[in-house]
Design a protein around this ligand. Structure first.
Ligand code: SAM
Length: 370
């Protein structure tokens, strides 16, 4: 057996038991050394991808690609946990990753998984898959063109971005350079950042005459994640581009709106995705499995609830501070808005955030009543 050149230990995640390097572990966006990287914090990300894959694969024999596989944990979990007819290719151009993935496939006795060692862009320009997972260090931008082309009609592209400092506005120039969009550092920066990512995917897809439909998106810890269903053709592309616009604010009302048109003096961020980040009918019967992490259940519950409301979320702290009142309890705000006949929900983006279709005047009146 090839000497890996680093010590390994066994970890258990989901139904998988795999070997990971002993040294490179921990939080954060990941390390770039040649040693394969396993990040336990990404377990929720991988739990959700198992549930999405279980539901989104079309009928027949499917081909799944874990394109930037690292230790192979995600693809191995797919092979063990997704009860559909498919085979999965775990790909990583890094030699030690490839060796480790082969061992991990063997260790889990998998017949429906194999390892590859190609440059992801080269692989995607030659082959097509029903589901492609792109989970890079930092930005997914260098892979997006090929990833969009490498997904079959009606298939799904899953994208992670860990460059949240750019997308959420800590480094706005980096966001303009990479995504051609202006972010906004604020209490609601992560929803804006995620919408910039999805909007960028839509604009890139349009270059290839493809439309995207996000079926599930989330912002967790240090990363954003979105699952995009792809539709081919001019009509789908044109419809999709109508869902890219700007975040604007009417200074007199303090109301934040998502608008198709770029209105002079009102735009505060964008271009970005202005439609739903989720497909509520897809989310409806997604249930975490008993062995998955508690965080996965929490996020799914919140996503199901907030996916019904296509308005940007409000930070209760921000509204309270503008009005110079105490921040009311979130449950009280949501109940108050619902009692008045509006839709209202907590959001996974912020424990003090809420989403509603109520006009800003109504929200402010409620806060003043507290
Ligand atoms: C963040 S890690 C992947 C983590 C993994 N998906 C997981 O869930 O643990 C990114 C991986 O992409 C690989 N990589 C980077 N550029 C690549 C390319 N052009 N082609 C193939 N692999 C690449 C790196 O070697 C690294 O292992």
């Amino acid at each position: 057996m090839v000497d890996l050149g680093f010590e390994v230990e066994e970890i258990v995640e989901g139904r998988a038991r795999i070997l990971v390097p002993k040294t490179v572990r921990g939080k954060g966006p990941g390390k770039k050394e040649g040693i394969p990287f396993y990040n336990p914090v990404m377990e929720i990300n991988r739990d959700i991808s198992v549930l999405v894959l279980q539901k989104c694969l079309p009928g027949g024999k499917n081909m799944v690609l874990d394109g930037l596989a690292g230790t192979g944990i995600r693809g191995i979990r797919f092979a063990l946990e997704v009860k559909r007819e498919f085979s999965v290719l775990l790909n990583d151009w890094n030699e030690p990753s490839y060796e480790l993935m082969m061992r991990n496939i063997k260790r889990n006795d998998l017949q429906n998984a194999e390892a590859g060692q190609e440059d992801l862009n080269a692989l995607l320009s030659a082959e097509e898959f029903d589901y492609v997972d792109v989970d890079p260090y930092g930005t997914p931008v260098p892979f997006l063109d090929n990833a969009l082309r490498g997904v079959k009609e009606g298939g799904v592209l899953a994208v992670t971005a860990t460059d949240t400092a750019a997308l959420a506005g800590s480094f706005p120039k980096a966001c303009v350079r990479k995504y051609g969009a202006t972010p906004l550092r604020s209490k609601t920066q992560h929803e804006i950042g995620l919408r910039i990512l999805v909007g960028y995917c839509a604009r890139t897809a349009a270059n290839h005459e493809l439309g995207i439909q996000p079926i599930l998106s989330h912002s967790t810890d240090h990363y954003y994640r979105t699952y995009l269903k792809l539709e081919h053709g001019q009509k789908a592309t044109d419809n999709c581009l109508k869902k890219v616009g700007y975040l604007s604010r009417d200074p007199s009302k303090q109301e934040t709106l998502m608008e198709r048109e770029k209105k002079e003096g009102r735009v505060i961020a964008g271009p970005l995705w202005i439609d739903n980040l989720w497909d509520p009918s897809f989310l409806k019967d997604l249930r975490p499995r008993y062995y998955m992490s508690a965080g996965t259940s929490r996020i799914l519950e919140l996503l199901k609830s907030e996916s019904q409301i296509v308005y940007p979320f409000y930070s209760s702290d921000e509204i309270a501070s503008r009005l110079k009142v105490h921040t009311p309890r979130l449950v009280w705000i949501i109940e108050g808005l619902k009692d008045d006949g509006y839709e209202a929900s907590a959001t996974h983006f912020d424990p003090k955030g809420f989403r509603t279709d109520a006009p800003i005047e109504r929200i402010q009146r409620l806060f003043k009543k507290n």
